[in-house]
Every structure is written in C-alpha cells, then in structure tokens.
Design a protein around this ligand. Structure first.
Ligand SMILES: *Cc1c(COP(=O)(O)O)cnc(C)c1O
Length: 353
C-alpha cells in the first residue's frame, strides 16, 4: 500500500505543540484559573435536560447571537459564532484567504493566525514587531506597500507577548489596510478599549473573541466574531451547517447572564498578575509588560528551556516559547490562583538560585 502524501503546500507544516501533561500546577494555556460560577453549572444542567436530542440544533444560533449582540451593543446580523475562536479564524480564512491571496501577520504573535492561513492555501507575509514587541507602523506601511495583504491580523492584547496596541495604532492600521483587518481580542476583557467600536457595515474590521479564557469555558469550545453583516453572511455560507451543537448554544446564552461575576474575576486576575510581575522583577529575569492574563519573561544568562524543565521537575508547567522564532529563551506563565502563582514563584526562585 502506498500512503497518499499530503498536499504539496502542507508538507512543511508542523502541528500545534502544547504538551498536556499531568502536573500539580498547570499554567501553560492561558485558561481561567477557576471554573464558571456554580449557578452557571446548575442552569446549564437544566438546559441540557430540555434539549430535543432527536432534532438538529438551531442552525442560526439565534438566541446566542442575540445575547452576544446585546453584550456588545451591535445588531445580531453582525455576530458570527463557532467552535472556539480558532474555528472563527479558520472560517474567515477559508472564506477570504486561500490560494492566490495574501495574509499579513506581525510577529511574534498568535501562531495559529499564520498556521491556519497556510492551511487555507494562502501566502503568509510575516512583518516584524519592534524590539519591545509593539506594533511598528513603519514596518506595517512597508508590508502594506510590498504585499497589499487581503487580510491583516492584529492581536491585542498580543499573545504571547502580552502587549496592548493603542487605539490610535489600531485606527491607523484600519485606515490604511487594503483588505480585511482581523483584530484578535481573545484577551479583550483585560483591555480598556475594544476595536468592536470600529466594526460597522461600512467597515472591513472583524473583531474575534472567545469564551475560552476570561469566561472560564475553554472546555466548551465557543468563540465569535463581531463583523460587518456582509462578512457574516459570507462566513455563514462557508461554515458547516449545524456546526454549533445545542448544548454549546445554551452554555453561551447562560454564561452571558454572569457578566458581573466575569468582570470580578478579571479584576482578581489583574491583581494577581501585578503580584507575579513584582515577584518576577525581583528575580534574575527580564519581564515584558502584560495587559492580559499571562506574562512573558526571559531568564537572564540561562537557557529558557532548562529553566522550563526545572519548573516541570517541580510539577509546574508553563509555556516554553524558548524555541520560537524571535522569542529565544522566553517563557510564558498564565496567571493562576494565588496558591498556584505562589508555587510557581517559589519553584522559579529555586530553579534560578
Ligand atoms: C487562546 C487564543 C485563541 C483561541 O481560543 P479558542 O476560542 O479556545 O479557540 C485565539 N486567539 C488567541 C490570541 C488566543 O490566545
């Protein structure tokens, strides 16, 4: 038997690497440290008992789109929902990228933007961020002039660096970019300003959000885009019919009844983040400023990989970015519970001593 090789353009592709290992302290994938409120779980259990299991779910996810639209003060026709924001990104790229089209990213940023764009068959142009990882408008203009990308990706707060783009920068990018601008706001709850303000039917701006991080619902796989309604109707044609199951739709609607609790959690995470940052600043590491629920840092004069392994040996798992392009020796810690953060700080202090 001969094995059918993959598509020529996918031969060099690498999969998503983030080890799922059993440890005491898991701070590697930017999830919320605690589950949703108990009332959420009870209400969801009641909703599950009411599901018509023999019937397909509401294909338009009407209630969920309405609830998300109300949260952001937009028309439900401007809401597209999918199985995690990764599927939202994939649908955008399948619809508007693909062979013959160009997608621009500004690195280092969320790896899946370039990864999914390549799977769609598009050409990816990687622009460079400034040395402090902020978006460099000069570089942005250069990429624009040289490649006229069909889709430009921004990510604010940016994963994995933690930096937040200013409103002025994002407005400038939107005013100059020739095609669609996708602003990934997976950590948008931590930022003071949202690009949702820039989305209208006369714009080419798409803002992508997720329930996975701040909303404590990574297990549910639920994400969405706020986009011009003409974009949403095209995405609706490309995504598979009935892609959102009934339980997930119910989970999303119910979650949105707990906005106050979620905002309270964001405040608690920010307070813990500041505590972790101060602790890191007292150690022999360089810390990058973060506006999200994670912090990027670089041990001074030591191999990042060895420090990561030292932490793992103490049952503390964080993200090893040390082998990623432009992030030599960098590690990223997700803010966890106060206990988890203290265990991380103690373990790191030990590893570095
Ligand atoms: C985690 C993350 C996502 C993916 O979120 P899902 O909704 O779980 O698919 C998208 N973008 C960024 C920047 C992220 O960090």
């Amino acid at each position: 038997m001969t094995r059918l090789p993959v598509r020529d353009d996918l031969k060099a592709l690498e999969g998503y690497h983030s080890p799922q290992v059993d440890v005491r302290v898991r701070l590697n994938t930017n999830e919320a440290p605690v589950g949703p409120p108990a009332e959420f779980e009870q209400a969801l259990a009641r909703a599950v008992a009411d599901v018509d299991w023999n019937r397909y779910p509401d294909r338009a996810a009407t209630d969920l789109r309405r609830a998300i639209a109300a949260l952001h003060g937009v028309d439900p026709a401007m809401v597209f929902v999918a199985n995690g924001s990764n599927e939202v990104l994939q649908t955008i790229l399948l619809t508007f990228a693909g062979p013959g089209r160009t997608v621009a990213t500004f690195e280092p940023t969320y790896q899946l933007h370039a990864h999914i764009a390549r799977i769609s068959g598009a050409t990816v142009v990687e622009g460079e961020r400034a040395a402090d990882f902020s978006l460099d408008l000069g570089e942005f203009r250069r990429v624009l002039a040289a490649h006229e990308p069909h889709i430009t990706f921004l990510c604010s707060p940016n994963n994995p660096t933690g930096g937040v783009d200013t409103e002025a920068t994002i407005r400038e990018v939107v005013s100059l970019a020739p095609g669609l601008v996708v602003v990934d706001e997976a950590y948008g709850q931590f930022a003071r300003w949202s690009a949702v303000e820039l989305v209208s039917d006369d714009s080419s701006v798409i803002v992508v959000r997720t329930f996975s991080k701040t909303w404590s619902m990574a297990a549910a796989r639920l994400g969405y885009a706020i986009a011009p309604s003409w974009v949403v109707s095209e995405l609706d044609k490309v995504v598979l019919p009935y892609h959102l199951d009934a339980v997930k739709q119910a989970a999303g609607v119910i979650a949105l009844r707990f906005v106050d609790q979620m905002n309270e959690r964001v405040r608690a995470i920010v307070a813990e983040r500041e505590r972790v940052v101060s602790a890191l600043q007292r150690l022999d590491v360089d810390v990058f400023p973060s506006g999200a629920n994670f912090v990027l840092f670089r041990p001074r004069g030591r191999a990042g990989r060895a420090v990561w392994q030292g932490l793992l040996d103490r049952s503390v798992l964080i993200r090893d970015c040390s082998g990623w392009p432009r992030l030599a020796d960098c590690l990223r810690i997700t803010i966890g519970t106060p206990e988890e953060n203290s265990l991380f700080i103690a373990a790191l202090t030990e590893v570095l001593s």
